[in-house]
Write a protein that binds this ligand. Structure first.
Ligand code: ADP
Ligand code: MG
Length: 719
């Protein structure tokens, strides 16, 4: 049984089909071109993509609580009878409807935001199972946005773990669940569809369940145990694939002769002398390492790890300057448009102020077709020697004149494919015709995520690593506090005070918009709340990932110019943004973020001359959450925090805290699953010990899967 599919599958009784992993998902019932387009936006095109589209969380309905036993700030189900009519209040754009429910132990206030129709739905005297987040108000409790369930509906949901998927506008949970149910059903019925990629010896050794069991367990777990076992297997597998790819990169990158040799010129020295500060010792050492690489015999392949605010940008500028002064092009790639814009601005300022030989051009996805064409032309002819942009830099249409250096900021990784793409693009026009061998540009990856040494050795086995530990002197360290939600109004007062002193404020919420599935704070409602509570003169705006890039740029620019006082956003502002006048960072539901990520967020303040503050609001009662946040309270040292993150892993919050943004694995987490990473490293070493492993029968499916991963995902998790 070696084929990937091709076996007839019966769905219910109505349909017989041949399902292949590589089929487009439109072969599934209920998925037409329109839905398929929505899935494509989430990176799902084939049946295999769908099976690998893992839930971001699980929803489990709570047991019924008596009203007198409710706890502040918790999610609960109350079995209550509606005991009052519905009243309404308008504040700003918000309509709030109020009602009341009662059980034999007490009364509960209910409030609904922007749901005016609830007036008709809620019948006095009707019995409901009310589900939602409750918080203490005065001497009673209020449930916000309760979901109303009939007794029968509540019964049905008992004990089930329902998968919750990431969504895009137009796609809902039901549609994703339905599609996955079909795919999983097919896989379970016909084992030939889904080949096992892990060899038996490995599954036995690490006690990993089979692939069909794992996928069914991750999407529709029968219980916690099955979920844990599924996650274990999939995380292991993800690490293994990643490590096999790292190994490949290492093999292909080792000791590549320097195709773009450089010499030291006076430009870098003049730039250094002109700067209003001196490089820290760490910066100076790393600059020596970088220039040593580029003037040396082999192509640079370097990771520069430096804590937030350690001053990596100036090192990037120096490196790009060295390339330009040697007559080459250099490119700087950022993960977001906002960051690309910011780098472009900084580098343009440097160019003018220090008379640098840069001819910069910006290239981002949101530029018009005409603007892009002009940029392509300047890049192709060599008219520009400094190219700053987003992923648009590796798109097909871009041809470089003589690209000698590529820097990625806040990327953590640079994939095999990306490196290949750049080397194809960077052969000069003349070489193109004569068909000379590819010339690999120097690569420098900058990351602000301090990764503990033990893990860095494994994750970055293919790169030389430079570390900047020192922060520039003269910075005031950020003052932290970790508080409960009851402290919120005081935090708002404090923000108001800082704003009246001329400063600016960031607020971060984990969610974009309200949803029935989550009680976490969301940007939309939070912005409304702040606008309602704080003086009308304050300029409060929101920013999140669903907005158009142009709109995001406009807002970030306005914030940078001091035209906005409070920016309420999701973690989109997490990376790299430099707004020295912002002095307060308020993070809601801080317990939902990884420590390293929180440290990144905190790094958005404390970048200027003013004392800065970070307020972590802990929306959970758990001791582990408290202990984790305490680490941030006590320390501003990213490396120390990363080490602690490793130590304080709790098996309980399997999906609670994920470090999005850091080596974006789909399911594995380098901190929480660190032990799995070590095991996978051992396995990868054992497999690759045999140079011809990819041809061996027992690794056939594994190597096929590896090839598919490289081919399909330029942005393979973390790479
Ligand atoms: P990050 O490493 O987080 O990317 P940046 O490169 O944005 O940090 O630097 C943060 C700020 O520190 C910038 O305003 C930069 O000009 C400044 N800076 C960098 N190096 C030094 C230094 N050696 N001394 C003083 N300030 C510095
Ligand atoms: Mg930076």
């Amino acid at each position: 049984m070696k084929t990937t599919g091709g076996t007839p599958v019966v769905f219910g009784k109505e349909r017989i089909m041949n399902l292949h992993l590589t089929d487009n998902i439109t072969v599934l019932k209920g998925i037409g071109d329109k839905t398929a387009a929505l899935f494509r936006r989430m990176g799902v095109e084939t049946v295999e993509d769908l099976l690998r589209f893992y839930p971001r969380d699980y929803d489990r309905i709570e047991k019924v609580s008596r009203i007198e036993d409710l706890k502040d700030n918790s999610r609960a189900v109350v079995r209550g009878t509606i005991c009052s009519g519905v009243s309404e209040r308008k504040t700003g754009r918000l309509v709030i409807s109020f009602s009341q429910a009662a059980d034999e132990t007490g009364k509960l206030q209910l409030s609904f935001f922007n749901m005016p129709y609830i007036r008709k739905t809620l019948k006095k005297g009707a019995l409901y199972y009310l589900r939602g987040k409750v918080s203490r108000r005065g001497n009673g409790f209020t449930m916000e946005q309760p979901v109303l369930l009939s007794p029968a509906e509540y019964e049905r949901q008992q004990g089930r773990l329902l998968p919750v998927y990431p969504l895009t506008t137009g796609l809902n949970q039901k549609a994703v669940r339905k599609a996955l149910q079909q795919a999983i059903e097919a896989v379970k019925k016909e084992s030939g569809i889904l080949p096992e990629i892990l060899p038996p010896w490995l599954r036995e050794k690490e006690r990993l369940c089979g692939i069909a069991e794992a996928l069914s367990g991750i999407h529709f777990p029968q219980g916690q145990e099955e979920l844990v076992s599924a996650k274990k297997r999939l995380a292991f597998e993800e690490f293994l694939i990643f490590l096999l790819l790292v190994k490949k990169m290492k093999d292909s990158a080792e000791a590549v002769p320097n195709a773009y040799p450089m010499i030291e010129t006076a430009d870098t020295r003049r730039f250094l002398e002109g700067l209003p500060f001196r490089l820290t010792e760490d910066q100076a050492r790393v600059w020596q390492e970088i220039s040593g690489d580029m003037t040396g015999s082999y192509t640079m392949n370097r990771l520069v790890q430096g804590d937030v605010g350690s001053g990596k940008t100036v090192l990037a500028a120096l490196s790009l300057l060295m390339a330009a002064a040697n007559g080459y092009q250099g490119a700087m790639m950022a993960p977001t448009e906002v960051l690309a814009q910011q780098h472009a601005q900084t580098l343009r300022e440097y160019t003018v102020r220090y008379h640098l030989p840069f001819r910069p051009v910006l290239l981002t996805g949101s530029m018009t077709a005409k603007e892009k064409r002009e940029a392509y032309e300047r890049i192709r002819t060599g008219d520009s020697n400094l190219i700053i942009g987003t992923h648009a830099l590796i798109q097909e249409k871009v041809v470089y004149h003589n690209l000698a250096l590529v820097i990625t900021d806040e990327q953590h990784r640079f994939g095999v494919r990306q490196r290949e793409v750049f080397s194809q693009k960077s052969r000069g026009a003349a070489d193109n015709e004569s068909g000379k061998a590819l010339r690999m540009p120097h690569v420098m990856v900058m990351s602000a995520t301090p990764i503990p040494r033990t893990l860095a050795v494994i994750l970055y086995g293919d790169l030389h690593v430079s570390v900047i530990k020192q922060l520039p002197t003269g910075r005031q360290s950020i003052k932290n506090c970790v508080v409960g939600t009851d402290w919120r109004s005081r935090a708002w007062k404090f923000m108001e005070k800082e704003i009246s002193a001329g400063r600016q404020v960031f607020v971060v919420c984990p969610m974009i918009e309200p949803s029935e599935e989550s009680e976490l704070e969301n940007v939309e409602e939070y912005t409304e709340k702040l606008r309602a509570v704080l003086p009308a003169a304050l300029r409060i705006e929101m920013l999140h990932g669903k907005m158009k890039p142009a709109e995001k740029n406009r807002l970030m620019h306005a914030f940078g110019e001091g035209m906005i006082d409070i920016l309420v956003s999701t973690t989109v502002i997490e990376v790299g943004v430099n707004i020295p006048n912002a002095t307060v960072m308020l993070i809601e539901n801080a317990e939902r973020f990884g420590l390293a990520q929180l440290h990144q967020l905190r790094g958005r303040v404390g970048r200027g001359e003013h004392q800065s503050y970070c307020i972590f609001i802990n929306g959970s009662e758990s001791d582990l959450a408290k202990e984790r946040l305490e680490v941030l309270n006590r320390s501003n040292d990213g490396f120390h925090i990363a080490e602690q993150d490793l130590k304080l892993r709790g098996p309980g919050d399997m999906f609670g805290v994920r470090q999005s943004g850091i080596l974006n694995f789909r399911i594995a987490d380098i901190y929480q699953d660190a032990d799995m990473l070590m095991l996978a490293d051992g396995a990868a070493a054992r497999i690759t010990a045999d140079a011809g492993w990819e041809e061996r029968e027992e690794y056939r499916e594994l190597s096929l899967y590896l090839q598919r991963s490289v081919r399909n995902n330029i942005d393979f998790p973390g790479i």
